[in-house]
Design a protein around this ligand. Structure first.
Ligand code: C2O
Ligand code: CU
Ligand code: CU
Length: 448
């Protein structure tokens, strides 16, 4: 332990918690809570998170959005086995530990809203669904020099949808310990109750002032179109990997799984007593109610939204930039029992942890062309990227800034510029619909 490192310890365990009022629900949680504890780091200061596995299943922790060396990135077969045996399958191609593991994060990256979640091969969907997700915020001086809302007025919001059985149990369609996924929920698991920071339809009491909300869609498969009533708007100041160059106003926020939108909402023009509602159009499958903000008092507010937020250099690919294509589609994949089933593939291939699909060189700016058959939110590990074009046109309304996840609708093509830096090793590129991911929509690149 030294003065340049911050230490955290998290105990992964099952716990009975109250998510729905008066109902007990068993979760698989970091420290037994959902969401897990929020970790807070300074940019450039090393953070070590010791995870103790007191559950009965293998786990893997990934820091989503972290600029992390490969051995700490949460490779899907680098399992942390339960401390006391338990019931699990074996893959033989990972760095396996028993009972605990220290994940080391250099965090040499700008301030951003990161999150950590389970990434176990074939079981990420069920294990995140049962609770293994939390925020990890990175702060820096550049951001803190800006007159943005801070303290109690800087609020991370983790949005997830879940389904519950009559007895309050989380209802994930696959059995707890058996093969993670099956054909009947191949499209992804949706719930009919939306939880914000683990609470259904919560109300947040706010001052009549500006607030910063770090909105994360941590749902397995659902996308939201978030709207505010009473004329309130979202002013986006940051994307997945940090501040935007300049703020962007959105009347509604379309957010796919794993994306983060850092937004300012200004409540200063509302009288105390006003309730502003955040919802998702009910046409989107019944999960219409998200949360409410109740303005409780007038308050002093010294914040502003600067017209220039940060210097965001454009990643400009050279004329001879390496180009790669990744096509996301349905396909036939191994069922793990020697047969085949329907699943999801990238460039026609199911994920194989022993295969490397691309070998980008560190520091090169590459152009990647992503294309889809259906809806797929595409996530790249190690380094953030910038969207160059969408369907041959300019980037879309939600493509600005440094991204690590880009949402593709059916039959779309998105070009991104990406530059990997610092760390050599194996990293992942995958669909962040977690059932698609478990049903093998994942590919490996090895930086060299
Ligand atoms: Cu948030 Cu590889 O995942
Ligand atoms: Cu990630
Ligand atoms: Cu997908």
């Amino acid at each position: 332990r030294d003065a340049t490192t911050d230490w955290y310890e998290i105990v992964q365990r099952r716990a009975d918690v109250e998510l729905l009022p008066g109902v007990s629900t068993r979760i698989l949680g970091y420290d037994g809570v959902f969401p897990g504890p929020t970790i807070s780091s300074r940019s450039g200061r090393r953070t070590v998170v010791r995870h103790l596995n007191h559950t009965d299943v293998p786990t893997v922790v990934h820091l989503h959005g972290g600029h992390t060396p490969a051995e700490h990135d949460g490779w899907p077969t680098d399992l942390v086995l339960p401390r006391s045996g338990g019931h699990h399958t074996h893959h033989h191609v990972g760095h396996v530990t028993t009972g605990r593991r220290d994940y080391v994060y250099p965090l040499a990256q700008p301030a951003a809203t990161l999150w950590y979640h389970d990434h176990r091969m074939d079981f990420t969907g069920p294990q995140v669904y049962r609770g293994l997700a939390g925020f990890h915020l990175v702060r820096d001086d550049v951001e803190e020099a800006l007159p943005l809302p801070a303290g109690d007025r800087d609020v991370p919001l983790m949005i997830t949808d879940r389904a519950f059985d009559a007895d309050g149990a989380l209802k994930y369609p696959a059995a707890e310990h058996s093969a993670g996924t099956h054909g009947d929920f191949i499209e992804g698991v949706l719930g009919d109750v939306v939880l914000v920071n683990g609470a259904p339809w919560p109300e947040l009491e706010v001052d009549a002032a500006r607030y910063r909300f770090r909105v994360l869609n941590a749902s397995n498969a659902r996308r939201y179109q978030l709207t505010l009533d009473q004329g309130a708007k979202f002013v986006q100041i940051g994307s997945d990997a940090g501040l935007l160059g300049a703020p962007i106003e959105h009347p509604a926020l379309t957010i796919a799984p794993a994306e983060r939108f850092d937004v300012i909402v200004d409540f200063s023009t509302f009288r105390p007593g006003t309730v502003i509602t955040m919802s998702n159009p009910p046409s989107r499958g019944g999960a219409g109610r998200i949360m409410r903000f109740r303005v409780v008092r007038r308050a002093r507010d010294d914040t502003t939204i600067p017209t220039v937020l940060a210097r965001v250099p454009r990643l400009t690919p050279p004329a001879d930039a390496p180009r790669r294509r990744f096509a996301f589609s349905r396909g036939i994949v191994p069922d793990g029992l020697g047969g085949e089933r329907k699943g999801w593939v990238i460039n026609g291939k199911p994920f194989d942890p022993g295969r490397i699909d691309a070998t980008p060189r560190l520091d090169d700016v590459e152009i990647w062309t992503l294309s889809t058959d259906l809806h797929h939110p595409v996530h790249v590990h190690l380094s953030p990227f910038q969207v160059l074009s969408r369907n041959g046109h300019s980037p879309g309304d939600f493509d600005a800034g440094w991204k690590d996840t880009v949402d593709l609708r059916p039959a779309e093509t998105v070009e991104i510029a990406v530059r990997f830096t610092d760390y050599r090793g194996r990293f992942l590129l995958h669909c962040h619909n977690l059932e698609h991911e478990d049903m093998t929509m994942m590919s490996t690149f090895a930086t060299k």
